[in-house]
Ligand binder design. Structure first.
Ligand code: UGA
Length: 442
């Protein structure tokens, strides 16, 4: 098939590239000229395992193209995907200006019948707005061109995006027309050969599915973080409780790992947006509100433990910080717990020596650029010199089994604050460390 993907952010670039990998002819569009120029030259704007090689391969094969001009690719396309951002507006609702702007442009440019697919995460009812805007533009032009609007929410995870897209556990399609559903099924069937399911429904239910999936996952995490906090108070070990409940298949092991709070571009934004959708419709969403509240507090739990150990005044103290990204295998710093922990410690006079395998530039140039008390180190061991404690915030594989003797030699004190319970089974107290984790009193 011939496809146009508008927006070369995380979802757009990964989707476009994976579609091209299946032999479709794909043009990825973005208004950012520098980004398009870079992509044409094989420079990928994000770090995502496997993406670069797949882009280069498909560009070489002639399956994947990049352009700033929508009209040249739209004519030849069977399907156009809208994959632009829906940032959080000031009131917590999703800002639709980019999605509707693209829809308007499609209405102005399209010459031949088209399926317009919304892949961005959008509030319920956006499909109708997209349809209205396109129709309005066609009416202005005085032309009658057939088009169908489809909702196709994306469920890929950063850091595992290629695998998630190439082998999805499900593809959700919202449409009100059999032809559009058949076309989407034809496009996705090569991705669903093994176990994946193709699920079609009405547009509003598909739009809702995306928010509910993310909010459900966030709920599991916040619930476990709350349980972890209770475990500490009653003298239980959340790591054991987690295994105890996860073995019940109805509960399952995934997304019940406690930690220093969920971050990223999706959970915080989507939980807030679903709460807002409920509010706008006159419903007070108690559980969703609690999910957000628990997470807001959880981001401060590690800093609280540090203060409890060292006291309120942290001047003269240095902390080795392992992990800046909101999770491993990404350079994404959006809503990363590290931002909150660092600000809390620096506010009390501490100095930070930080290391992350991929997110150092993002941190240094954007998210922590105004904070002078952070120095960026070349390796995890580099952060330790003169440190009063080590704090682990992202569970990168390279942090899993460090040389603990090296830690002791380099640091002023053998103290570890583990925000991801990576060392909970290692009996670090027997190795001479004061070891703090989430959900177990030390
Ligand atoms: C999430 C969803 O998992 C994807 O299905 C969805 O497509 C995506 O949002 C999106 O809407 O685009 P992502 O934000 O990339 O994906 O990251 P996750 O792997 O889901 O992790 C989110 C956060 O939850 C991280 O901060 C992670 O550390 C935290 N988490 C995850 C926990 O604290 N505990 C867990 O057990 C699992």
């Amino acid at each position: 098939m011939n496809l146009t993907v508008i927006g070369t952010g995380y979802v757009g670039l990964v989707s476009g590239t994976c579609f091209s990998e299946m032999g479709n002819r794909v043009t990825c569009i973005d208004i950012d000229e520098k980004k398009i120029e870079d992509l044409k030259n094989g420079i990928i704007p994000i770090y995502e395992p496997g993406l670069e090689a797949m882009v280069l391969r498909n560009v070489k094969l002639g399956n994947l193209h990049f352009s700033t001009s929508l009209n040249s690719s739209l004519d030849k396309s069977d399907i156009a995907f809208i994959a632009v951002g829906t940032p959080m507006g000031e009131d917590g609702s999703a800002d639709l200006q980019y999605v509707l702007g693209v829809a308007r442009q499609i209405g102005r440019e399209m010459q031949t019948p088209l399926i317009v697919v919304d892949k961005s995460t959008v509030p319920v009812g956006t499909g109708d707005k997209v349809r209205a805007v396109i129709q309005e533009e066609l009416d202005k032009r005085g032309v009658d061109i057939e088009f169908h609007v489809v909702s196709n929410p994306e469920f890929l995870k950063e850091g595992a995006a290629i695998g998630d897209f190439m082998k999805p556990d499900r593809v959700v399609i919202g449409a009100d027309n059999d032809y559009a559903i058949e076309q989407m099924q034809a496009l996705y069937s090569p991705f669903l050969l093994n176990t994946g399911r193709f699920i079609s429904m009405d547009i509003r239910s598909a739009e809702m599915t995306k928010y509910v999936a993310n909010t459900m996952l966030a709920t599991k995490i916040s619930f476990m973080n709350e349980v972890a906090n209770i475990c500490e108070l009653v003298g239980a070990d959340v790591n054991k409780v987690r295994i105890g409940i996860g073995s019940d298949q109805r509960i399952g092991y995934s997304f019940i790992y406690p930690g220093c709070g969920y971050g990223g571009s999706c959970f915080p934004k989507d939980v807030k947006a679903l709460k807002k959708i409920a509010e706008e419709n006159g419903y007070k969403a108690n559980i969703i509100t609690a999910v957000e509240d628990v997470n807001d507090k959880q981001k401060f739990v590690i800093a609280e433990k540090v203060v409890k150990h060292f006291g309120e005044d942290l001047s003269g103290k240095t902390f080795a910080l392992w992990g800046l990204a909101f999770k491993p295998e990404t350079d994404d710093m959006r809503e990363a717990p590290a931002i909150y922990v660092i600000k809390e410690l620096v506010k009390r006079g501490a100095k930070i020596r930080a290391y992350d395998p991929k997110a150092m530039e993002e941190a240094q140039h954007f998210y922590l650029k105004d904070i002078d008390a952070v120095s960026y180190c070349n390796s995890k061991y580099d952060t330790l010199k003169g440190a009063d404690a080590m704090i682990l915030l992202t569970e990168w594989k390279e942090f899993r089994s460090p040389d603990f003797e090296e830690l002791k030699t380099q640091m002023n004190n053998a103290v570890i604050f583990d925000g991801r319970n990576q060392y909970s089974t290692l009996k670090l107290d027997e190795k001479g460390f004061t070891y703090y984790q989430i959900g177990k009193k030390n």
